[in-house]
Structure formats: C-alpha cells, structure tokens
Design a protein around this ligand. Structure first.
Ligand code: ASP
Length: 350
C-alpha cells in the first residue's frame, strides 16, 4: 500500500514537473522543535488593545527564541523548555513567576513541573512563594533530589540550598493581578445571585467564575538527539483558596513527556485536568490506541474536558516533530518554531 502511494506520488511529481524526492519526505509536514503556550481562556480580540497584543506577541517570540537557541546549537530539550519558560516567568504578562495571580488571601503561590521524555524522570514544586523561577526549582527537584514533588516551605528551603534565586514574596506583586483578585471577589458575590448551580460548583473550588484567562505558561521541545521534554509553570487560579494546587505540577495531569509518544503542557481549569489525567491519557491514547498527537489531544480537550464542564487547552509535540495545540476556550497564547527556525505566534481562534 505504502509502495503504491509512493509510486503514485512519483508519477504525480513527474507529471507536474516537480523534481522527484522520496515519497516519505513529501508526505511529512514541517518538523516542529519547540511549542509554547502562555495560557488559554476568554482571550478576545475585542478586549485587546493593539499595544497589549504587541507585547504578548513579543514576549512569546522572545520565549521561542530562547528555547530555539538551545535546540539549534544541539542542546537538550530539557534546557530548551526551561529557557523558554523562564522568559515567560520573568514577564509580568503571564500567570507564572513575576505575573502570578493572587490567592483569596492575597498571596502568590506558584506551581511548576518539568519532565524528561527520555528517562521519564520528573520534578515539581507546589505552593511556593519565594522562588523567582519555579521551573528551575522543579528541575532541581528532578536532578538533585530523590523525589518528584516538593511543596511549600520545604521546597523553598531545598531551592535555596540548591543555589536558586530567592526573592521576597512582594516581588510577585503586580497591580494588574491585584485588581484581578478584587474583580474576582466582586464577581463571586454577583454570581451567587445570578446562578446558584454554577456558583455552588465554583465556590466549592474557591474560584470566582470560569470565564478567566488561564495565564499558565508551558513549553514542549524535541532536540536533535530525538528527546522530548515538557515544562509548565503557573500562579494557579485567581482567588484560589486554602493551599489549592492545580494540574500544572501534577505529572500526568498538566505536564507529561515520554519519548515513545509525546510531550504535553496544559492550561485551563486545573481541577478537570487532574480528574482526567489529561496529559498522560493523551499519551496513552497514542501508545495504546495508536492515535496521532492531534487526535489524542483533541479527544481530551474538545470532548472529555468539556463533557465534565471544564475548559482549557494544551500544547503537544510528538517524537517525529508533529505538533498539536487544541483549546476549547476563546483563545490561547501560543507559538511554535520549526527545525529551520520558522516562527509562528497566535492568540485567538483561527
Ligand atoms: N491550569 C492552571 C491551574 O489550574 C491554571 C492555568 O492554566 O492558568 O492551576
């Protein structure tokens, strides 16, 4: 069958005057080496100013370039995803690192995870308040401890001992996010009057409403040695309560990488991503059912997550450099770069 397809292609090429090349390379799409996201949610062009849009595009491009600089020099996918995520953590635009959202108590509690697709090693931190770049702390947990996940004060102590940059919690204060918390708190009570069923669900989670922008950041990369890696970093959800931890630092929920299948980083209403183990289930659909990266991730994001009432999106990259970035929200900040350096950045639905 494949030989027949190859011969047909060859005949077509000759007839159309295209120089004959092996059928396989003609059938293959562009090879992606790095895909990033800056969160999914109610991101509408009507609510965006040109200046803000420009700033997001510039920040996404900067993150892509930081990761690509690693890959193009033959560096590892782990280094690439960490570099890309650090750029977004240092930007106030995204809900990770510097731009993290506030909890109900007016604090910034950060979660992050990283995973090595070659070895299935993983590292994560949850609920940290003083680590400037939580993604680097997650990597330190993976490489310098016997554990996969550390939380709170213990994780901060570990990061300090590992020589990571520690900041005062006030470093994470941004006016924009503070106003976001006040809005969320106000909407919470408005919601209570309008929609009891929905309010019951959302107040159970400690989240004002689900029309939020999930500004979590993430990156997936494929290096020249064929190794995949995934990284995710977040401030969680505005107005979250009582030590709530989302999907981002949970391996298999918001973050997963396996050279045999794909690398994935999720963004969205974390509770649903945890309940459905979205990242690992997508990988399982590829491994055990033979689905493509597009079909596997679309099954989770366009069917399973909304069926439970959740929303969000993800980025995924398979071992052959095919990528997918499904989302069921109005928009998702996202970007990708191919092996030859071609950059694409998008915000809204196509
Ligand atoms: N998934 C994140 C969480 O639930 C939120 C986000 O994607 O922005 O913590």
């Amino acid at each position: 069958m494949k030989r027949l397809a190859g011969s047909l292609l060859l005949i077509l090429c000759i007839l159309s005057g295209v120089q004959a090349t092996p059928a396989d390379s003609l059938l293959a799409g562009p090879k992606y080496v790095l895909v990033i996201h800056g969160g999914a949610g109610t991101i509408l062009k009507s609510q965006m100013t040109p200046a803000k849009e420009k700033a997001y595009i510039a920040a996404l491009e900067q993150a892509l370039k930081a990761g690509y600089a690693v890959i193009s020099k033959g560096g590892s996918s782990l280094d690439a995803v960490e570099a890309a995520v650090r750029v977004m953590e240092d930007s106030p635009l995204f809900n990770a690192g510097k731009g993290a959202v506030f909890t109900n108590e007016g604090k910034n509690e950060l979660d992050a995870a990283i995973m090595n697709g070659k070895t299935l090693e993983a590292g994560a931190v949850a609920g940290v308040t003083t680590i400037r770049n939580p993604i680097t702390a997650a990597r330190a947990v993976m490489e310098k401890s016997q554990h996969v996940m550390m939380m709170g004060a213990g994780a901060e102590k570990f990061a300090k001992e590992a020589g990571l940059e520690i900041v005062d919690p006030s470093y994470f204060y941004t006016e924009d996010r503070w106003r976001g918390l006040q809005r969320a708190k106000a909407q919470d009570s408005v919601k209570a009057q309008l929609d009891h069923a929905d309010t019951a669900k959302v107040s159970l989670l400690g989240i004002a409403n689900h029309d939020y922008k999930f500004g979590t950041v993430g990156a997936v990369a494929l290096d020249k040695a064929g190794n995949l890696a995934a990284a995710t970093s977040t401030g969680g959800m505005t107005n979250k309560k009582f030590g709530r931890v989302g999907d981002a630092p949970i391996i298999g929920a918001g973050t997963y990488a396996n050279n045999a299948t794909c690398a994935i980083s999720c963004t969205g209403w974390g509770e649903y991503f945890i309940r459905l183990s979205v990242a690992k289930t997508s990988s399982d659909l590829m491994e055990y059912k033979g689905l493509s990266v597009k079909d596997a991730t679309s099954e989770m994001i366009m069917k399973k997550v909304p069926a439970l009432g959740g929303d969000g999106g993800l980025i995924a990259l398979d071992k052959d450099g095919n990528m997918a970035w499904p989302f069921n929200t109005a928009g998702m900040y996202r970007g990708c770069i191919t092996a030859d350096g071609k950059v694409e950045v998008k915000i809204y639905k196509e």
